[in-house]
Design a binder for this molecule. Sequence first.
Ligand SMILES: NC(=O)c1ccc[n+]([C@@H]2O[C@H](COP(=O)([O-])OP(=O)(O)OC[C@H]3O[C@@H](n4cnc5c(N)ncnc54)[C@H](O)[C@@H]3O)[C@@H](O)[C@H]2O)c1
Length: 267
Amino acid sequence: MSGAGAFLERHFSLAGKTALVTGASGGIGRVLALALAQAGAVVAIHGRSERRLRESATLIDDAGGRSLSLTAELGDVVACRELVARAHRELGRLDVLVNNAGMNRRTPIEAVTQDDFDTIMAANLRSAFFLSQAAHPLMRDGGGGKIIHVGSVTSSYGLGGVSAYGLSKSALAHLTKTMAVEWARDGIAVNCLAPGFMLTPLTEAPIWGDEARRTWLLGRIPARRPGRSEELVGALLLFASSSSSYLTGQTLYVDGGFLAGGWWSDG
Ligand SMILES: NC(=O)c1ccc[n+]([C@@H]2O[C@H](COP(=O)([O-])OP(=O)(O)OC[C@H]3O[C@@H](n4cnc5c(N)ncnc54)[C@H](O)[C@@H]3O)[C@@H](O)[C@H]2O)c1
């Protein structure tokens, strides 16, 4: 192996590691799971649709990786605990947990129902809390681990029309800090990967297919385009690998400069 290859191998390889990625049947999760597998990890891919999970598993197989497919409804705390236990039992250990599963219902605050609020919180926040709680003793007893929550620009930016979603994602950024504080002594790093406005099945029609939103976003994002899921892989591998051995409690925005600021007018 070349000097550069050995260097990258030492800092970023996940060979011998295992990972669980929730929502790996979806746009971003599928790409994150594939990246972890390509970096050498055996990956438990979670989803709700067996058909879509099979597509993710085939992508990983075709790339020479190894995966295990697991289904669960993460609105149910018992199912969250069972998912982590199954992944650990079948993979033999758990080194990396990516809490990617999430959903959104875009409505103004006055129209948010209790069901909207509870469903969003359960999927985006409560699941990440209890999946991580279940992973903690397994990672601690296995010598440490990496937990990566998937946030959003709404982890810190107050975007109208997504109040409950933004609340769940900003709470994830806070949870990142408290979990990092409590579990650092157990060798577990907790960080939050916060994508900007990406082009995925979740956003294709409601955001990029809506002329007004599209026009506003393209003017507002300094990079002048949506992000691609593949553009999250660098931050993911940083958080998942030994290259981030002194990095915990952080939220990293991969947003084409959106949160850096904006122009006075159309720039
Ligand atoms: N797409 C974007 O622009 C964007 C931006 C910022 C953050 N995010 C976040 O990235 C993550 C992935 O988003 P995506 O765009 O790939 O969406 P997606 O809809 O394509 O995938 C979401 C995944 O989460 C799973 N999921 C949702 N609720 C679930 C539940 N209750 N139980 C089990 N599984 C559940 C879905 O089955 C699916 O696999 C989400 O957390 C989302 O909030 C997305």
